[in-house]
Design a protein around this ligand. Structure first.
Ligand code: AMP
Ligand code: ZN
Length: 139
């Protein structure tokens, strides 16, 4: 896609530190890591949203991401990893070419997801929300 920075990396027009490549995905080092070893798994096809990614491609992204997470843990002496995907601007997506973050984590890394969890007022409120979602769900 014209002007897309990750399409340009996939096409070899912009540089990256490649970590893994196959016919479906390219994985490379993030230039601004949350922790050293932070990697992006990028589909070679342009998709703005994860929702248009096929099951095969999404499965490959997840598979490669989790294997890279294990490699990071072993190679960098980290304790865990996060797989993260931001879909949409207010979810934190900055590059509009869907991608999976692989973020090695350590118990002392000082990074915390800023999750402020709420509560449903009661079970009925949760049920109404569940029913609305199910009306729109297409798999
Ligand atoms: P997101 O906020 O989920 O869209 O994440 C975009 C990620 O892409 C950020 O973590 C950036 O640091 C990373 N990024 C942007 N440009 C490049 C680039 N040229 N090479 C590697 N990583 C990049
Ligand atoms: Zn793209």
């Amino acid at each position: 896609m014209e002007g897309c920075i990750f399409c340009r990396i996939v096409a070899g027009e912009l540089p990256c530190r490649k970590i893994y490549e196959d016919e479906l995905v390219l994985a490379f080092m993030d230039i601004a890591p949350i922790n050293p070893g932070h990697i992006l798994v990028v589909p070679k096809e342009h998709h703005t949203s994860s929702a248009s990614i096929s099951e095969e491609l999404g499965g490959r992204m997840f598979h490669v991401g989790s294997r890279l997470g294990v490699a990071c843990k072993r190679a960098l002496d980290m304790d865990a990893f996060n797989l993260h995907l931001a879909d949409g601007t207010c979810a934190g997506q900055v590059v509009m070419h869907a991608h999976l973050h692989v973020i090695p984590r350590g118990s002392e890394d000082g990074f915390h997801w800023n999750w402020r969890q709420k509560k449903y007022t009661n079970d009925d409120e949760r049920e109404q929300v569940a029913l609305k979602i199910l009306e729109k769900l297409k798999i």
